[in-house]
Design a protein around this ligand. Sequence first.
Ligand code: ADP
Ligand code: ADP
Length: 219
Amino acid sequence: SPLLSLMGISKTFQNGTTALDGLDLDVQAGEFLSILGPSGCGKSTILRLISGLEEQSSGEIVRTGEDDVGFVFQEPTLLPWATVADNVYWPLKVKGVSKRDATERVEEALEMVGLSNFAAHMPSELSGGMKMRVSIARALVTKPKLLLMDEPFAALDEITRNKLNDDLLDLKSKHDWTILFVTHSVYESVFLSSRIVVMAARPGRIVHDMSLEAPFPRS
Ligand code: ADP
Ligand code: ADP
């Protein structure tokens, strides 16, 4: 059975905007699924509904398992007054894990994104690419099986974005993760995904759903 099922999901906001209208989507465990579409077609809304940040107007979302969901936003949204390590610790702190018990997991998450040496730094000391790595580490620290990424690299320069794309693929190959990756970049979706869902605007719906045999290598 799918890891995640969206069944007949509609979302109309208070101001009357309908972002999604009867959307159906099954996500299988282990997929790297890109949701590709123009700005405003409802991509972020899908992730926000899955994560519980918003509630659908109608339809049903079914998730198997009680695992955490990791969410990486386009803006890194780090706490500016906290060190890199404390930023990554934050989701564990919210869950009531003591700092001492969290130490190893924070170190592990920072190592995954290549920032072990920056644990004691402040966010203001980091480049844009490094801040994004910290927010990925923060999303990974609770060991979620499902990772939601909302145009995570859109604000970065191309070289940094390519590097993070490579690193993300490498991490994905080593871990038992399912990734939902929102992007408006055709290139990024083709490079990263095992499956691409294409959305059209007005109202947000899926117009193509394609599986890729293997990710395309970048030459
Ligand atoms: P995307 O991520 O594809 O750019 P969004 O999911 O952010 O699209 O938005 C889909 C549509 O819903 C857009 O028309 C957007 O303006 C609208 N929308 C998103 N959030 C809200 C909100 N909180 N209130 C009203 N309209 C919203
Ligand atoms: P951006 O491209 O946004 O500037 P990068 O992640 O490429 O961000 O990092 C910019 C600079 O920060 C690098 O050129 C490097 O000098 C330094 N840097 C980034 N990550 C590390 C790291 N893991 N170890 C040491 N230095 C790093």
